[in-house]
Structures are given as C-alpha cells and as structure tokens.
Design a protein around this ligand. Structure first.
Ligand code: AMP
Length: 509
C-alpha cells in the first residue's frame, strides 16, 4: 500500500513525502481511509506504530475546507501529558507544512495569556490536556460547539492518570455530530465503556501490541542489593559500558526519578530528568537537552517518557525492574531502533524476581545475567551512607544510616506513608519517615529516636559540601558514659531511708 492510495490531499501527500516516509504503517493504512470518510475510529495501538500521523494526516486533509472562528476551535485533540501534546503540535507543523492552519496548544504550566490569544484568533486545531481545557472552558474563554473532529489519544494512559471524568465531561460539551478518533494501547473495561458511550458505530482498527523485543538489542540482568546499593550498581554500569553514547534510565516512580537524578548529578554525570512533578519549562528543557546531546543521560518515569519520540539511544537502563512486563518491552524499544544495535540492562534485586519471570514469559526468552546472578552476589560494597538498613535491626548505626540515606535523598521503597505505621512516641520528622518506609515492618528498627529526626531535617537543609556532611553523618559523637543524659525515673525517686537495723542479739552488744 502506498500513501497516495489512502485518499489524502495533495498538500498532505507532499508533506509526507518530505518527511521521508515511503509507505504507511498498518495503523495508518487502516485508519486513514476510514477517518477521511468521516467514520469514528477506535484505534488500538501504542506509540511507535505511527498512530499520530494516522489521525493528523486525515485531519489536515479535512481541515482544508472551512475556516476557524474566534474562540471556536474546529478540531480538538486530547493528550494525557504536556509533552505528548507538544509532540502532536510538532507533527502538525511537520505534516501541515503546506497548510496555513492555526494550531493552539493548551497545556498546564504555560502562561494563560499566549494560549488565550491563539484561541481568540481562531484555532483550526486545539491540542490540549484535559485539566487546562476544562479550566479555559469554565472561564468562558472557549466554545466547544464548533468542534468537528475530536481525537482522544492514549486513553488508557488518561485512565491511569485519573482523567476519565474530565474526558466524559469534555465529550458531553462537544457537538454530538462530531467525528471521534479514539486511540488506546489497551482496552480495560473503563475504556470500553467510554467508547460505547461516546463513539458512534466506530471502525475498530487494531495493531498488535509488540511482545517481542528487537534482536539487535543486547539485553542483560544485573544483580544488585536493594535500596541505595542500586545507585552504586547503576554508576558502575554506566562507567563500565563501552560504546555508551547516551542512555535513558527508567524508574518506576516519579519521586525516585528526582532522587536518582540528583544523585547522578552529584556524582558528576551529565544527566537530566523527566517526571510529572517538574514544571513544564523544566521538562521541555530536560528533553531538549537530551535530544541535543547537552546531557547524555536522562532519568524518566514511564508516564513521563511514554509516547515521547526520543531519538535512538545506545543504552536503556532499568534502574527499577518494571512491574508490568509490557513496560519492559516499551522501555527497551527505545534502543536498537531501525536495525541499529542497542543495550538494555535491568538492575534486579531479590524482590524483583517475580517481575523478571513475567517479563521473560512475555518476551518468550530468558535474559542472561551480566555478571553474577542474585545467588552469587557478594557483600554490599556500596558506600556506607547508601546501604540498606536491613540486618542492622534496632541498632544505633542502622538507624543513623537510615537517616543518612534520607538526608541524601534516599528512596522510599514500598511507597507506604508514615500514617500507616505505628504511632510515634515523639514527633516523626521526614527523615524518619523516609527511613521507616523503606524496610518491611518485620525488619524495621524497634524504635526510632526523636533526636535523629531533628538532625535529619537539619542535614537536609544544609548547604555544606557533601563530603563534610557524610563524615558528620557517621559521627556518633563523644562516647556516652553510663546512662548519658538520660536518667531513668526510678533513680530520681526520693530514697526513703530504711529503719535502722535491730541490734543483733547474737552479736553481744
Ligand atoms: P507515533 O507512533 O505516532 O509516535 O510515531 C512514531 C514514529 O514513527 C515517529 O517518529 C514518526 O515520525 C514515525 N513514522 C510515522 N509514520 C511513519 C511512516 N509511515 N514511515 C516511517 N516512519 C513513520
């Protein structure tokens, strides 16, 4: 099948040719003719399949007739993240190079003023994240009654991010007669229900979810102790990998992205980060720095990295083994693209075995250990301040180490909040909670000490050089004599003198 057989306009075909595409991808070949015919499309496809062009190209062809009116966009594309929205905007710029269309982006973290000006002028295409769109609508800055085509992209990701009520609301605000193009990588029941409610007799187009990994990718498992030891494992990997040009490092949780980024930065690596808590400007700057080669490492969460069109990278490191096997396929697909070679290494701790089993089952092959396996793993040789408190139950040292790790931004492994734990005897500063949350209940120290937490806060806020801080953290202070400052209350009770002993009749007095 060729692009010119799909019914696209000449202007669009010229732009596609300029993009260097020779033939449509399966999702494009199936979805474009239906979309051009005005049918609703339910596309089950994930990113990397060419789905953006599958809806952008027919939209461009259809937008050639008609004009936008002030505050009344003609088409609306909903994206779960700001980066994806920005990426779709780039696609419109590329494929719409021969059109004079107004494309407006409505995403959080960017000033209202510029966005409002574009919408007021009249937008042919409005690309938005749901929250900001509703915000604009409720402020009366936008009318959705002119929408001819509604695109809902990455619907399952919207579900993960809690956007479904917003999507339902938006679907009710746009005209019933609009055309809907709906894309989702998976079809959980909530998404099926949504499609049944808002799509009219859709054509279902499905592209197989990749469950195999490219043969050009060298995959490996790297055994590691848990907790902070993983950071040392990662540093060794990065330093030891030959031909490492650039790498994406995946964490399972966004807060861990920030922590790992900070840690790598402190260890002198050229690294950026991408996670949902960063403001928009910082996210864009991070992504650009990685794309331009200003930094050669980028730490990401799945949500932030999903769908991003990051150019080929030489290495993918899974700092955390992904808990969903599909995420593994998705993550490592960032390398070894277009027949090039790539390396994907996954750091594995004892707790990750089950995830590796699931991954190997999905990809239909086992992944070799690079270096010793979990059974042959030697003692934890990571720096003391990064080591796990496990095995040091209740000891002063173990507790201190926990605090140190928090002070250095240690992660909270099990993600539980302090509220779910035993009530504290004294106030529970953040440093303690970070420590507490890492170890399973059975392995936690018997009692935390209030003074340690105070120190933790103080250390966190300090600006002294790191080496100095570390030494202090290990400093146990002067040796404690006897009970130290603490005098048990029974010793403070007044002592009642005992009655004098009766004379011993036998002693002769
Ligand atoms: P997407 O799934 O939309 O994120 O697209 C993934 C990548 O495939 C993007 O870099 C597109 O530029 C590229 N792409 C889209 N359509 C084609 C095509 N027909 N031929 C080659 N590459 C394409």
């Amino acid at each position: 099948m060729q692009f010119n057989e799909l019914g696209l306009s000449d202007k669009v075909l010229a732009a596609v040719e300029a993009s260097g595409y020779t033939s449509p991808t399966p999702i494009q070949a199936q979805a474009i003719p239906q979309a051009l015919a005005g049918r609703d499309v339910l596309g089950i496809a994930q990113t990397g399949t060419g789905k953006t062009a599958a809806f952008t190209l027919p939209m461009l062809s259809r937008l050639e007739q008609g004009r936008a009116r002030a505050r009344m966009p003609r088409t609306l594309i909903l994206e779960p993240t700001r980066e994806l929205a920005a990426q779709v905007e780039e696609s419109f710029a590329k494929y719409g190079a021969n059109h004079k269309l107004n494309v407006a982006l409505l995403i959080g973290g960017v000033s209202f003023g510029d966005q409002e000006a574009k919408i007021t002028r009249g937008a042919d295409v409005l690309i938005a994240t749901p929250g900001r769109l509703i915000d604009f609508f409720e402020r009366g800055k936008l009318l959705l009654t002119g929408i001819e085509i509604l695109v809902i992209d990455e619907a399952d990701r919207m579900l993960d991010m809690g956007f479904i009520p917003d999507i339902e609301k938006i679907c009710k605000l746009v005209p019933f007669t609009r055309q809907t193009l709906f894309f989702s990588a998976t079809m959980p029941p909530e998404i099926t229900r949504l499609t049944e409610q808002f799509l009219h007799n859709p054509v279902r187009v499905e592209v197989a979810r990749p469950s195999s990994t490219a043969t050009t990718i060298r995959q490996g498992l790297v055994a590691s102790h848990g907790h902070g030891a993983k950071r040392e494992t990662l540093r060794k990997l990065i330093r030891g990998e030959e031909n490492l040009k650039n790498a994406i490092i995946f964490c399972n949780r966004k807060r861990d992205v920030a922590i790992l980024h900070k840690s790598l930065d402190k260890h002198g690596f050229s690294v950026g980060a991408l996670h949902g808590d960063m403001d928009q400007r910082a996210r864009m700057a991070s992504l650009d720095a990685f794309k331009n080669g200003d930094v050669n490492l980028i730490v990401c969460s799945d949500v932030a990295a999903r769908g991003l069109d990051i150019p080929d990278v030489s290495h993918v490191f899974n700092f955390d083994a992904p808990t969903h096997p599909e995420d593994y396929v998705h993550r490592i697909g960032r390398t070894g693209r277009a027949g090039r070679s790539g390396v994907a290494l996954t750091i594995v701790t004892d707790d990750d075995r089950k995830y590796i089993d699931q991954i190997e089952k999905l990809i239909g092959k086992s992944i070799d250990w690079q270096g010793p396996g979990l059974e042959e793993l030697g003692p934890d040789e990571s720096p003391r301040y990064e080591r796990s408190p496990r095995g040091r139950r209740g000891s002063e040292r173990g507790e201190r180490r926990g605090f140190e790790k928090r002070a250095h931004g240690e992660r909270n492994e099990d993600g539980k909040s302090a509220e779910t734990r035993e009530p504290r005897r004294e106030r529970a500063p953040r440093a303690e909670r970070g420590f507490e949350a890492r170890a399973p209940r059975a392995e936690r120290p018997e009692r935390d000490r209030g003074d340690r937490g105070d120190r933790g806060e103080r250390h966190e806020n300090r600006n002294e050089p790191r080496t100095r801080r570390r030494r202090e953290d290990h400093d146990d202070g002067p040796a404690v004599v006897g009970l130290g400052d603490h005098v048990p209350s029974f010793l403070l009770r007044p002592v009642r003198p005992k009655p004098a002993a009766k004379p011993n009749k036998t002693n002769g007095d």
